[in-house]
Design a protein around this ligand. Structure first.
Ligand code: GLA
Length: 373
């Protein structure tokens, strides 16, 4: 296959950050993400074949070919992100024909910035353009989420795909994951910055533990529903209601539910803080979220806890927490711009001394969603 020239279409598909509202999307709560300036760039062209498609990852120098009439799960996990999207698009349209696609990325994999959603959504967005499929952006978001459920096996919420496609430059999205109503909130945090510290660890628990968390939340809802028939998710549960079930729920289920119920409130309070530029309050909420993710939801790890604890010693970091699914990846830090260089240097040294792992860091720039170049 010769893929080096004559592409018809170039698509940029970004990763995302999330200010607050973690592990709430699949509980119908609120999230506050935005796309950032790290992205996957795809090139597409029709190849004049009826069913044969070629996809290549330039970074890994890996490619594969598949037949549109024989889409099935692969033993190679990254191929499932692609095949899952193709499967879902064909279910909706059955209008694809042979194409070639190559892509390269500057989103660090396994770092909680959702390179997976960027991959799914960029592919879906590009094929929608290339074959004029007339899918809406929301259909692209939802089919990409289904691809992750059905082919990759992670029962993710909708935050990552929504942020990757729907973001607007200079804003975060307050997304109500129940109604899918998105409110765009300007992010004016100067002279503060959003600094990401990447632990460069990705504990392999992620997908299995993620699905377990989701199940535990559903278990909690099932018990609460026996008394409150109208409750369909933790969105409908207040702290007072939850306390009534303290003795009926396993301790671990109670803790998971408590975290989610509290995080729902924190996210709405964070929006108020952002709107009034009360960054101290916003930072406090981020620290509280980390505490909940560490102790109640138990999706942190020692490397992430180390970074958050270290930041607490630094006055000019007003908030920090694990971001994304957890078990590794990045912390997100709200930090005064004057302190970025010194803090990064000190935390990197301390981290290396503690774990013999190099930390990487970058400033996240909120940006727009998937676009055609
Ligand atoms: C992953 C999932 C999202 C969300 C986060 C945790 O990134 O893909 O849907 O649940 O974890 O907030």
């Amino acid at each position: 296959m010769n893929m080096d020239n004559n592409y018809d279409l170039i698509i940029n598909s970004p990763g995302r950050i999330n200010i607050i509202g973690e592990h709430t999307d699949y509980n119908n709560g609120f999230v506050l993400p935005t796309a950032i300036d790290k992205k996957i760039t795809f090139k597409f062209r029709k190849n004049q074949e009826d069913n044969s498609c070629h996809v290549k990852s330039l970074d890994f120098d890996k490619s594969f070919t598949f037949d549109l009439q024989k889409i099935a799960e692969s033993d190679t996990q990254w191929e499932n992100y692609i095949l899952g999207v193709i499967f879902e698009i064909q279910q909706l349209t059955n209008k694809l024909a042979g194409f070639d696609c190559e892509f390269s990325s500057d989103i660090p994999i396994g770092s909680g910035i959702s390179s997976s959603a960027a991959l799914e959504c960029g592919l879906a967005y590009g094929l929608n353009e290339l074959f004029d499929l007339q899918l809406t952006k929301l259909q692209i978001v939802e089919l990409s989420q289904r691809a992750e459920h059905n082919y990759v096996g992670t029962k993710c919420g909708i935050m990552d795909q929504f942020a990757s496609v729907m973001s607007k430059e200079g804003h975060v999205i307050l997304l109500d994951c129940q109604s899918l109503v998105a409110t765009y909130v300007p992010i004016n945090i100067a002279p503060y910055k959003l600094l990401l510290l990447n632990t460069n660890v990705s504990h392999n628990l992620a997908s299995g533990e993620y699905n377990t968390r989701r199940q535990q939340c559903e278990e909690g809802v099932a018990v609460i529903q026996k008394k409150y028939a109208d409750v369909t998710s933790l969105r409908d549960v207040s702290m007072d209601m939850l306390r009534e079930f303290k003795l009926d729920l396993l301790d671990v289920v109670y803790d998971r539910c408590m975290y989610v119920v509290q995080e729902k409130e924190r996210t709405l309070n964070a929006v108020k803080a952002l709107k009034t530029s009360d960054l101290k309050a916003l930072g406090d909420l981020m620290y509280q979220t980390h505490d909940g993710l560490q102790n109640l939801y138990e999706v942190s790890c020692k490397e992430l806890d180390f970074l958050v604890d270290f930041s607490k010693e630094y006055d000019q970091v007003v908030g920090a927490r694990v971001m994304g699914g957890g078990f590794g990846g990045c912390t997100i830090n709200l930090i005064h711009q004057d302190a970025v260089a010194d803090f990064t240097k000190e935390v990197s040294e301390a981290y290396f001394n503690a774990f013999e792992i190099k930390l990487s860091s970058f400033e996240a720039m909120p940006s727009g969603g998937t676009n055609i170049e």
